[in-house]
Write a protein that binds this ligand. Structure first.
Ligand code: ADP
Ligand code: MG
Length: 648
């Protein structure tokens, strides 16, 4: 007798469950997606013990006919695909027909459902993949799936579950983000008696962001609006369309909001929450030279395209996708966000007092996402996500935009620390179980947000300097403080980049060539980047053993700085060239020239110079941050000044 056997369904389902059901949040994800596919407008998620004891997702969707309800637990049973052709253009979130049988094989599951077409509903009970009961029941329209004791029959998996807090945070993050993807639906999440999220239908994403995160966070974000780009397809197949349209909407943070990991980046492709390196890279590139390389923004972006443009059948959990025209999509996302950043020029503001996020829903304070965490785990350089301390309740909110750590009740303009919050700090404990502020109507004053934009720079009146380093200026909307060095750095950086792109770098011959001695390693790097150096205005040539002669340099660079700059550039080459693109090297060279040539701090500037600096800064494409990602200007809005003086 042969040795190969076909596995019984029960075993096959358990194996599939290993891929589909990683943790309680994966169950919630599959059930929510089913509800959304069923056209539900009201989604209720209840969990107990972080979903380990109980998860229940109830919807008001189309429900299932009795026969379908039974079929749904067969492997590969789906109503969403008919043949293999459909796989090319999947418009639903589900399609594999694996979720229900997989979940049912590793839990005690109760399905209650009634379709509009039937007068009575169906109740089915399954434990560990075995059908226990199937009966008629008087039920309202829609579907409720209750999953108890996840992994009760797979002890090995149960052991891998994290603390209840962590699992709950994953679930909260997931439900929150699905609620953001569907502003037109009402979504509720409760954990035991506590409501973590409760949002009613609204007309726009902006209003949903307000409901979920509160007004303060909304103020810190830049809205993409609706941007689209058409891609022409090569004419070939007769039934192929001539072009495809890609659409991008959503919100992203100013460059000064800097996160230590990707936990605050949420990308949806055709309504599906995904993790995708291509899009993450596009997003980071949009912030190139606006943010330090190891920092990440907050982003909530929705890409919509023809289903045929994206293959969602890449991974059983459907969290990865493959684009048919990846580089087009990448550049579209990068350029759109970059353009919006340049248009809106968001200014970092002072935060005179503690900036809790009043009005944020408790769920929005839970930072974990199953998706981003998976990426964190994969990325070698990324910060590891430690298990939160059991007693410290919940780590800080995902989008907590404090520029300064709480500085006490009195407004203080504190320059001692860079106004960048990189790592999310612990939130005050006990927040988790607080009931959310119930938001009524969207307050009218929150609609046209007083966007503080660096466009105002061109109208500023410089008043003087602090420590001969920071320019104080008065504007129509409050007080501004500008770091003179980084401001000039930004001006020079863009100037040098433009000259470089046009192949017209102004150079200056040295009276005497500068002779530099290189280490063997530097010599290899030098050989590799010699052409790029030349194009950037450095005329160099080998000069005997391990030495080079520099005969000319970019005009902006003083002779005293030349040696430092060249070694700095060789260092970029050494550290990054092996991974970084030519474009990165070019930016690095320009940044280094700009930094060395810029006005230093501790330099007295007369009124004319300050005025010139502000005008020139206003004329740059990105006056928000220096090429290394530091903020250039801080804004203290009149509104905050009035508040601090108790005048409003
Ligand atoms: P898939 O979503 O990939 O089709 P599932 O195993 O998740 O596979 O679900 C199987 C089928 O059960 C679905 O195709 C759908 O017809 C039905 N179904 C599941 N959940 C619901 C729901 N909440 N409302 C209506 N129908 C549902
Ligand atoms: Mg499904």
């Amino acid at each position: 007798m042969g040795r190969i056997r076909i596995l019984p369904d029960q075993v096959a389902n358990k194996i599939a469950a290993g891929e589909v059901v990683e943790r309680p949040a994966s169950v919630v994800k599959e059930l929510l997606e089913n509800s959304l596919d069923a056209g539900a407008t009201d989604l209720r998620v209840e969990v107990e013990s972080g979903g380990r004891r109980m998860i229940r997702v109830a919807d008001d969707g189309c429900g299932m006919l009795r026969d379908d309800a039974l079929l749904a637990f067969e492997r590969h049973a789906t109503s969403k695909l008919r043949d293999v052709k459909d796989l090319m253009s999947i418009a639903t979130l589900g399609f594999r027909g694996e979720a229900l049988p997989s979940i049912a094989s590793v839990s005690r599951l109760l399905l209650e459902t009634r379709s509009l077409e039937e007068t009575t509903g169906t109740r089915i009970e399954i434990a560990g993949g075995k059908m226990l009961r199937c009966e008629e029941a008087a039920l309202g329209r829609g579907t409720a799936v209750t999953v108890r004791d996840l992994f009760y029959n797979v002890p090995a998996r149960r052991k891998f579950l994290r603390t209840e807090q962590t699992e709950l945070a994953h679930i909260a993050s997931l439900v929150t983000h699905y609620s953001l993807a569907h502003p037109d639906k009402s979504v509720q999440l409760t954990s035991g008696p506590a409501e973590l999220l409760g949002v009613t239908p609204v007309a726009t994403l902006r209003e949903r962001v307000y409901q979920v995160f509160g007004s303060q966070v909304l103020e810190e974000l830049v809205e993409i609006g609706e941007r689209e780009k058409e891609m022409l397809l090569p004419t070939g197949e007769p039934d192929e369309p001539a072009s495809r349209v890609f659409r991008l909407t959503g919100f992203f943070s100013r460059p000064q909001v800097q996160k230590a990991n990707r936990n605050s980046i949420f990308i949806f492709v055709n309504g599906r929450l995904i993790r995708d390196r291509l899009l993450l890279h596009a997003l980071s590139s949009a912030y190139h030279n606006l943010m330090p390389p190891a920092a990440y923004p907050f982003a909530l972006v929705f890409l919509v395209c023809d289903p045929e443009e994206v293959d969602v059948n890449v991974h059983p959990s459907k969290t990865e996708v493959r684009f048919r025209h990846g580089s087009f999509v990448h550049d579209f996302v990068r350029d759109t966000i970059r353009e919006r950043l340049m248009e809106s020029r968001p200014a970092p503001s002072f935060s005179p007092g503690p900036r809790a996020t009043p009005g944020a829903q408790p769920a929005a304070r839970l930072p974990y996402s199953e998706f981003s965490q998976m990426i964190e785990n994969e990325a070698p350089a990324a910060v590891s996500l430690a298990e939160p301390e059991p007693q410290s309740a919940v780590p800080a909110a995902a989008p907590e935009f404090t520029l300064h750590p709480a500085a006490g009740p009195a407004p203080r303009l504190d320059f001692s620390a860079p106004p960048i919050e990189v790592a999310p700090g612990p939130a005050p404990s006990g927040k988790l179980l607080r009931r959310p502020d119930t938001h009524g109507e969207f307050p009218p004053e929150a609609v046209p947000l007083p966007e503080s934009s660096l466009t105002a720079l061109s109208e500023l009146r410089p008043l003087g300097q602090i420590h001969e380093s920071f320019i104080i200026a008065a504007g129509r909307d409050g007080l501004w403080i500008i770091d003179q060095h980084v401001a000039h750095e930004r001006i020079l950086f863009e100037q040098v980049m433009k000259q470089r792109a046009a192949g017209r770098v102004e150079t200056q011959r040295l009276l005497m060539p500068l002779i530099l001695t290189l280490t063997p390693e530097q010599q290899i790097d030098y050989a590799r980047i010699a052409d790029e150096l030349h194009a950037s205005g450095f005329e160099t040539e080998p000069f005997g053993h391990r030495t080079i002669a520099v005969k000319a340099a970019p005009a902006a660079v003083g002779p005293a700085e030349l040696e430092k700059i060249l070694f700095e550039i060789l260092e970029i080459a050494e550290g990054e060239l092996r991974h970084a693109s030519l474009d990165d090297l070019r930016r690095g060279i320009c940044a280094s020239i700009a930094c060395r040539a810029a006005i230093k701090i501790n330099t007295r500037l007369d009124a004319g110079k300050m005025e010139w600096l502000l005008r020139a800064l206003a004329a740059t494409d990105c006056p928000m941050s220096c090429p290394h990602g530091r903020p250039i200007a801080l804004h203290y809005p009149t509104r905050e000044i009035l508040k601090a003086f108790h005048r409003v």
